[in-house]
Design a protein around this ligand. Structure first.
Ligand SMILES: Cc1cc2nc3c(=O)[nH]c(=O)nc-3n(C[C@H](O)[C@H](O)[C@H](O)COP(=O)(O)OP(=O)(O)OC[C@H]3O[C@@H](n4cnc5c(N)ncnc54)[C@H](O)[C@@H]3O)c2cc1C
Length: 370
């Protein structure tokens, strides 16, 4: 049996960030992932500057061999509605490709990697977590995304009774004709909201790659709305006529709508496993990275005493940073009023810049994690 100080299940941004930080404190860390890396992840691939800062990413070095698309503007509006362009004097976000980004972070973490290995068995014996009867550790980090097996072990009812967001997207390399026909600019991703404001579609160009998708609360009507959204983009001449039609879907939880247990004796959940994505934008990479780093900091501070009482600090810090696990119901704008407001507010330049973009999408009011 192999032993280590911390065993992390899942090598996405949450797991690799946590591994990176624990390694900096001299801990022996193993990351187990069912995929071989580089692997893709259903995602638009948009990161905010807070992610770059928290990860101390050397953007110049990163961009030398990978896609890093600076974003200095957004086109926004309602699907089938009027569009607005909002410009910024400098880059306010970046476009990355998850197959490159996740692999880069995982390799950089310095952890021992057990890839192409699905978690099959998990038990606790003599104070140690034992995974697949092959690795043992006193500290277990569940970073396996929405369907994380460690979250299941802690009692999460994966896929049942949880109000998840569902989303579908494609990302493909455009051929020369498609590049010529695509009017979406790399520096200006396009975001178009559903009329009921329960979701939005995006169209995002990163170098020669185009990423198109739509995400909504629940999964009702997702396929139809996606078809309608692509038709709308074609009618407006934004995208080439012949895009691939094999969209990939995924679900995840938003902070404020997830009651998952986040910690127990010797175990913490991070990233999507903990249901941390921002509610208004669905941005999940920043919360994944930040929760991974916070989990590592809390673990180090315990000095190796991983009893629940000591790990509870993790829950408190997530609350302070991301708000309560469950937002009280009742504060939402009634459906019909929301429709009327949507059209009016998304046509306002002030509201679009200061509320929709700066607050909901860029979280400019919340400084990066120190
Ligand atoms: C369509 C869509 C678009 C999105 N766009 C954005 C965006 O533009 N920007 C943004 O910030 N967020 C976006 N998100 C959210 C973002 O993708 C997630 O919040 C983020 O990937 C969470 O990272 P993570 O490390 O927690 O999980 P993941 O990235 O899902 O990584 C989990 C890892 O665990 C591994 N794993 C799972 N089960 C097992 C198992 N049983 N055994 C071993 N390993 C396992 C998986 O192989 C995977 O590598 C989007 C989500 C969707 C669905």
């Amino acid at each position: 049996m192999e032993t280590c100080d911390a065993l992390i299940v899942g090598g996405g941004p949450a797991g690799s960030s946590c591994a990176w930080k624990l390694r900096q404190h001299g801990m022996a860390v193993t990351v187990l992932d069912k995929a071989t890396f580089p692997r893709d992840k259903v995602c638009a691939g948009w990161i905010t500057p807070a992610v770059v800062q928290a990860l101390q990413l050397d953007t110049e070095a990163y961009a030398r061999e990978r896609v890093l698309q600076p974003i200095t503007a957004f086109r926004t509006g309602l699907i089938h509605g009027r569009e607005l362009e909002t410009r910024y004097p400098a880059a306010v976000s970046f476009g990355i490709r998850r197959c490159e980004f996740d692999d880069y972070l995982l390799q950089r973490s310095g952890a021992r990697l057990l890839l192409a290995q699905t978690l099959k068995t998990l038990e606790k014996r003599d104070g140690l977590w034992i995974v697949n009867e092959a690795v043992a550790a006193p500290l277990l980090i569940g970073a396996g995304g929405h369907f994380c097996p460690v979250a299941r072990f802690l009692g999460a009812k994966l896929g049942a009774g949880e109000g998840a967001v569902t989303a579908k997207e494609i990302e493909f390399e455009m051929n020369p004709q498609q590049r010529a026909d695509c009017r979406v600019r790399g520096d200006a991703p396009e975001l178009y909201f559903c009329r009921d404001l329960k979701g939005y579609g995006w169209c995002f160009r990163k170098g020669d790659y185009l990423n198109i998708g739509l995400g909504r609360e629940g999964n009702q009507g997702l396929a139809e709305q996606l078809v309608d959204f692509c038709d709308f983009l074609r009618q407006r001449g934004r995208i080439p006529g012949n895009i691939p039609d094999k969209f990939h879907g995924h679900a995840y939880l938003l902070r404020g709508y997830s009651g998952r247990k986040l910690a127990d004796d010797g175990v913490l959940l991070v990233g999507d496993a903990a249901g941390l994505a921002y509610a208004q934008s669905g941005e999940g990479i920043r919360p994944a990275v930040e929760s991974g780093l916070i989990a590592a900091a809390v673990a180090v501070e315990t000095g190796g005493d991983y009893r629940y009482q000591r790990l509870q600090a993790y829950r408190e810090r997530l609350r302070a940073r991301f708000g309560p696990e469950l937002t009280p119901a009742g504060g939402m704008v009634a459906g019909f009023l929301r429709d009327i407001l949507a059209g009016a507010l998304l046509g306002s330049r002030w509201y679009t810049r200061h509320v929709v973009l700066d607050r909901w999408f860029l979280h400019a009011h919340q400084p990066g994690l120190q």
